[in-house]
Design a protein around this ligand. Structure first.
Ligand SMILES: [Zn+2]
Length: 248
């Protein structure tokens, strides 16, 4: 088996003297790890493009016994400039990539995941300001696209469009919001004001390129990020802690 595809480099590691392993998300084949034998020396075959955040065209072949993938060639399609120079952008980009790694890429959503990560990297590279909640929004967007989308438009209990009143409640475990009047007495839920619900809906429905900087107020973004963290922890089972995603 041999193929060539576009890929985003998630992570690169060295083993032995001159060999490299590369984890990447490819457009058609999902998330994979391949070995680039001689990768740290062969500039001809890899043209120095095996670095995290790069978009590359990669040719791989399965090893003879089928147990690993051998990267035969790679060329650079696009490499970020600001993400490499600006530690803050780099941290946000790395956080998004770690989430993709921890979440995994199901084979049937390979190209959707690839496109979203590529778009997110473009936003982190080009945006004039990087809101603190950006990586959290990315988790919500990716989880939503993979079938974890919470209901935010219509209250599932009474069928009214939300927000009907000034407040709604985000029922984390049920994966839905409901209007204030439909929340059962004593039922746990996070209160969302109109603006926070609006942030959650826009993040879910629009693409990262459309999350214009300054569109969301810092306070509503913070509230939305809290709701997303709780949602991702409960439904996806992942939590960001001490610089990595921990399975809950
Ligand atoms: Zn209701």
């Amino acid at each position: 088996m041999q193929w060539s595809d576009e890929a985003l480099v998630l992570r690169v590691g060295k083993f032995r003297e001159a060999d490299i392993w590369v984890r990447f998300v490819s457009r058609r084949h999902g998330m994979l790890t391949a070995f680039a034998f001689g990768g740290s020396r062969s500039r001809r075959r890899f043209t120095g493009c095996l670095d995290a955040f790069n978009r590359i065209r990669v040719s791989v072949a399965a090893s003879r016994d089928g147990r690993f993938l051998n990267m035969q060639e790679a060329t650079l399609l696009e490499g970020p400039v600001h993400i490499r120079r600006d530690w803050r952008r780099q941290g946000v980009a790395a956080n998004c990539m770690r989430f993709v790694e921890a979440f995994g890429v199901p084979p049937d959503s390979s190209s959707a995941c690839y496109d979203m990560l590529a778009e997110m990297l473009r936003v982190i590279e080009d945006a004039s300001a990087i809101p603190a909640a950006l990586p959290v929004f990315f988790r919500f967007k990716l989880a939503s696209e993979q079938g974890y989308a919470p209901e935010l438009a219509v209250c599932p209990r009474c069928g009214s469009p939300m927000p009907g009143a000034a407040r709604t409640y985000f029922l984390v475990q049920e994966g839905t919001a409901c209007c204030a009047g439909c929340r059962a007495e004593g039922e746990s839920g996070m209160m969302l004001d109109r603006e926070t619900l609006d942030v959650l809906r826009k993040v879910k429905e629009k693409s990262p390129l459309e999350w214009r900087a300054g569109e969301f107020s810092p306070e509503a973004s913070r509230q939305a990020a809290r709701a997303i963290d709780a949602f991702v922890r409960y439904h996806v089972g992942l939590e960001w802690s001490d610089g990595r995603f921990r399975a809950m």
